[in-house]
Design a protein around this ligand. Structure first.
Ligand code: URP
Ligand code: ZN
Ligand code: ZN
Length: 461
């Protein structure tokens, strides 16, 4: 099956040009001047539209066990929602439970995902139990295409790792070339603030934000950077939300250290005020790190422009308001942490383009090309070029849409952006040459997505 996408503007990390794209089977066969390609089975008219490499969301949590419940999107519902929003690859987190093996965990996550994804997918591994066996298993994970490991300085008693354990895992990563992804918040200090707040009777969702101050994200980020420096491990700070943490990353990058960071749309578009919404509505916005006062968002946009922030992922970890977020009525510490977002990352970042925060090429770079390089998927993914997978999004930059739980495809009963009218919308999503979404209709199927064994971080020299 061959498809010609004609008349559009092909956007890459380096430019935007009028060009036609020929898809042959699962791959891109050619990118050429308008009108120069022919002989095809199907033509898609992209006049007036952007032709983008499919979005790559390197931070999702489908079906994640967390906070006494499970994230509400399955691999099926979450990847379908991703496709509607122009994301054609996710990298999700396999979660090692304490006392279990990394390879056993990987098998379990394959059981959940294989045959159920509408788009291609890979895994990172969450390491919550550091010991001689699991350190060796990190090498085996890499051999199985899982080349990045997330650790937590937050959540004592759950995923938390001590500085000593982090040091050991980083030493292993320095030896095997993998990347350590860090949830950088000082969980030990935060737990004291949380206990004090609950003791005072300050139990509303807002106190989730007030007990996780930005200084404690900045402190943990600096500590992770120093541990990475001592060990020589590549470090990627996940879901960075605070100006203090960004300053630490900037300093390390200026000094030439292999330190990278991502932020997420919720930290760019939402604020601490959302956590203060009445009637327990603030619970919809509980995630960690928490939403911050607006000035942090301004710093994050700046960081995206200067490349001190290299990636925007979603940290998609949806919990329904009814029955899940409600677990924390009367005690904010029991609200499952996480927000839905996999469907709207491309659209929200497009608002950043329209507002002049980033250019259209930077949009593609932070949402597709850099994630592909950072997590060993380039040039199979992240670029429209001959030989690459035909993961392509035809995006209408002038369409108007209203975000709502009534119309989104994520399996969650609220939208964090309910009623927002935004400009731009996915018209067509192709995954490996197959039209999976067109004109708001699903054509794909859950079994289409393939597991992606990944190479090491391609930014390392
Ligand atoms: O609140 C969040 N971020 N939930 C998902 C788990 C994590 O820490 O990434
Ligand atoms: Zn995290
Ligand atoms: Zn996460």
């Amino acid at each position: 099956m061959s498809i010609l996408i004609k008349g559009g503007t092909v956007v890459s990390a380096t430019g935007a040009v009028a060009a036609d794209v020929l898809v042959d089977g699962e791959a891109i066969a050619a990118v050429a001047a308008p009108g120069t390609l022919s002989v095809v089975d199907e033509v898609i008219d992209a006049t007036g539209k952007y032709v983008l490499p499919g979005g790559i969301d390197v931070h999702t949590h489908m079906e994640m066990p967390f906070g006494g419940t499970f994230a509400a999107d399955t691999f099926e519902t979450g990847t379908v929602a991703a496709a509607f929003g122009g994301t054609t690859t996710i990298v999700d987190f396999a979660v090692q439970a304490k006392g279990t093996s990394l390879l056993g965990t990987l098998d379990k996550w394959h059981e959940k995902a294989d045959g159920n994804c509408a788009i291609d997918y890979g895994f990172h591994m969450i390491v919550s139990d550091v010991n001689d066996t699991t350190l060796k298993e990190m090498d085996a994970c890499i051999a199985n295409g899982v080349t990045s490991f997330k650790m937590f300085m937050a959540y004592p008693g759950v995923f938390y790792a001590t500085d000593g354990e982090i040091l050991l895992a980083m030493q292993q990563a320095a030896r095997n070339g993998s990347t350590i992804m860090m949830h950088a918040e000082n969980g030990i200090a935060i737990d004291q603030l949380v206990a004090q707040a609950i003791g005072r009777g300050d139990t509303a969702p807002l106190y989730h934000g007030l007990t996780r101050p930005p200084e404690l994200e900045g402190e943990a980020t600096s500590r992770a950077i120093q541990l990475a420096k001592v060990t020589g491990a590549p470090l990627y700070i996940v879901h960075l939300s605070a100006a203090q943490a960004l300053a630490a990353v900037t300093e390390a990058r200026d000094a030439g250290q292999n330190v990278f960071a991502e932020t997420c749309p919720q930290y760019l578009f939402l604020t601490l005020e959302d956590l203060a919404r009445p009637e327990f509505e603030g619970a919809k916005y509980v995630c960690s790190p928490p939403l911050r006062p607006a000035e942090h968002g301004a710093a994050l946009w700046r960081g995206l422009r200067t490349n001190d922030l290299s990636v925007v992922s979603t940290d998609h970890c949806p919990f329904c308001f009814k029955g899940q977020k409600e677990l924390g009525i009367g005690d904010f510490a029991k609200i499952p942490n996480g927000m839905p977002g996999v469907e709207h990352r491309m659209d929200l970042l497009h608002q950043g383009v329209l507002r002049g925060e980033i250019t259209v090429t930077r949009w593609v770079e932070i949402a597709s090309t850099t994630p592909a390089r950072m997590f060993g998927l380039y040039p199979r993914k992240g670029v429209i070029a001959a030989g690459s997978d035909a993961d392509i999004v035809i995006y209408d930059p002038a369409a108007i849409q209203t975000l709502s739980a009534a119309t989104h495809h994520m399996n969650v009963d609220y939208s964090a952006y309910e009623g927002w009218e935004i400009t731009g919308r996915v018209d067509v999503t192709l995954s490996r040459g197959r039209v999976v979404v067109s004109g708001g209709v699903l054509h794909g199927s859950p079994g289409h997505g393939k597991f992606l064994p990944r190479d090491l971080n391609q930014y390392l020299v």
